[in-house]
Design a protein around this ligand. Structure first.
Ligand SMILES: [Zn+2]
Length: 233
């Protein structure tokens, strides 16, 4: 049984009671895709926590790259005003087991997030799809154990997770948030040295989604299909 999180479209919930938990497969995933929004929430006084299930340490074969990624993740979180946590798994080996879901449920019970940001269900990267599955199982387990804090789960727009992703929820961000995002992204070497131009892609996306939302900049998220059901009396 897969939990369909309780979807709340009240994105403008009072900042005082909002805790945002961004759960990514690899250090860098959540900052690149959602960093501008994390910056916005942190600036508004929300608690923001980034949980990297792995360091993404196999992106480069240089010695000590795992330590480098950890240092970069800590620097990026600091720039965004977020706390950072790390999962116990290795890059490309996130397991979709009961134990893994229980570990993640304990993290959710500990952080008590009201909003979770994570990967969409379809991806070219197995760790991303594993993260989607774990997050949904973990929300269920946390809820069954009494931690029913999650009001909304939003799936980030990620070039690697594009299959059947449809932007549904748009959240505006400011030029200042974009500047903070850019600084955080630059903390990661791969973001500006990879053959995939991450910065150009996400800069462009933030403008495109902004135009669609009639705002200067915005991020777009998908939600579960059942959350899109409208029942009219
Ligand atoms: Zn990734």
């Amino acid at each position: 049984m897969r939990l369909l999180a309780i979807f709340a479209l009240a994105l403008t919930a009072a900042a005082a009671d909002r805790t945002v938990l961004a759960i990514g497969a690899h250090a860098g995933d959540m900052e690149l895709t959602t960093g501008a929004l994390l910056a916005r929430y942190a600036k508004a006084g929300d608690r923001v926590v980034i949980l990297h299930l792995t360091l993404g340490e196999r992106g480069k074969s240089t010695p000590n790259y795992a330590q480098q990624k950890r240092t970069e993740a800590e620097a990026a979180a600091k720039i965004l005003g977020a706390e950072v946590r790390f999962g116990p798994w290795q890059d490309s080996q996130i397991p979709t087991t009961e134990d893994a879901a229980r570990w993640l449920a304990a993290q959710i019970a500990d952080v008590k997030p009201t909003t979770i940001l994570t990967h969409w269900k379809n991806s070219i990267h197995k760790d991303h799809t594993a993260t989607y599955r774990l997050v949904n199982d973990a929300i269920l387990y946390a809820a069954l154990d009494g931690a029913r804090t999650v009001r909304a789960t939003y799936y980030a727009e990620n070039w690697e997770d594009a299959e059947s992703f449809h932007p549904y929820v748009y959240i505006p961000v400011s030029a200042d948030d974009i500047a903070t995002w850019h600084k955080a992204a630059m903390a990661y070497e791969f973001a500006h040295t990879s053959s995939f131009d991450y910065l150009r892609y996400y800069e462009g996306l933030q403008k495109v989604r902004g135009a669609e939302a009639r705002k200067p900049f915005a991020l777009a998220f998908d939600i579960e299909e059942i959350g899109k059901r409208r029942i009219l009396d």
